[in-house]
Design a protein around this ligand. Structure first.
Ligand SMILES: N[C@@H](CCC(=O)N[C@@H](CS)C(=O)NCC(=O)O)C(=O)O
Length: 208
């Protein structure tokens, strides 16, 4: 049994989608980051940077924080979405998500979606970075079915929930043909639909 410490954000959803994909039994413990529950002492024991997601694997008595590390752990455990022969490329795209795509789009959310009008510089900077990310992903996906090649992997699982915030990005996902194809394809997976709405609140993946 995996316990997932969760909020319904892109980083949280990476792990609920993965758990649905590998069909593991899991229990969700909600951490309300809008009420600062991430700073509770008990939670900080498993997530020292006070961030979701984190997991406890009660069977193996392991706890982990950082979504990329959790995805690798679950992939190794299940033997899924992390093919041995493709690991280098999967790692590369997973790192691109963890180091660039997530943090940059996260800043774009802060300036453009949550705090418009507070900083022209911040809004312009992160909108332009968001556009670049869409363009670069689109270009890459013109040559590749999935991020790390012909197979769906944890790199796609990490990146998808960020693009699923495209309505906040104001970049126009539809204008990016290859990224749109990738997005629609992944949106239709049963596990992705279930993992996106793991709280069973009827949360739907935004269409194109
Ligand atoms: N690099 C971390 C980022 C996690 C992260 O930024 N989580 C956000 C929610 S999406 C959070 O917990 N924010 C609360 C805070 O920073 O106080 C990961 O991928 O796990």
């Amino acid at each position: 049994m995996i316990e997932l410490f969760y909020a319904n954000t892109p980083n949280g959803r990476k792990i609920s989608i993965m758990l649905e994909e590998i069909k593991y039994e899991y229990k969700i413990t909600i951490v309300d980051i809008y009420k600062d529950e991430q700073f509770n002492a008990d939670f900080r024991k498993i997530s020292p940077f006070s961030k979701i997601p984190a997991i406890i694997d009660h069977k193996n008595k392991i706890s982990l924080f950082q979504s990329g590390a959790i995805l690798i752990y679950l992939a190794e455990l299940s033997g899924k979405f992390y093919n041995a022969s493709e690991k280098i490329l999967i790692d590369q795209w997973l790192m691109a998500q963890m180091g660039d795509i997530g943090p940059m789009l996260g800043q774009h959310h802060q300036f453009h979606h949550f705090n418009p009008g507070k900083s022209k510089f911040g809004e312009e900077r992160y909108l332009s970075i968001a556009k670049r990310i869409y363009k670069d992903l689109d270009e890459h996906l013109s040559k590749s079915d999935y991020l790390a090649g012909k197979n769906y992997s944890i790199a796609d699982i990490a990146t998808f929930p960020w693009i699923a915030r495209h309505e906040w990005h104001d970049v126009g996902l539809k204008n990016f043909k290859n990224l749109s194809r990738w997005y629609v394809n992944i949106s239709q997976r049963d596990a992705v639909i279930k993992g996106f709405d793991c709280l069973k609140k009827g949360e739907k993946i935004p269409p194109l």
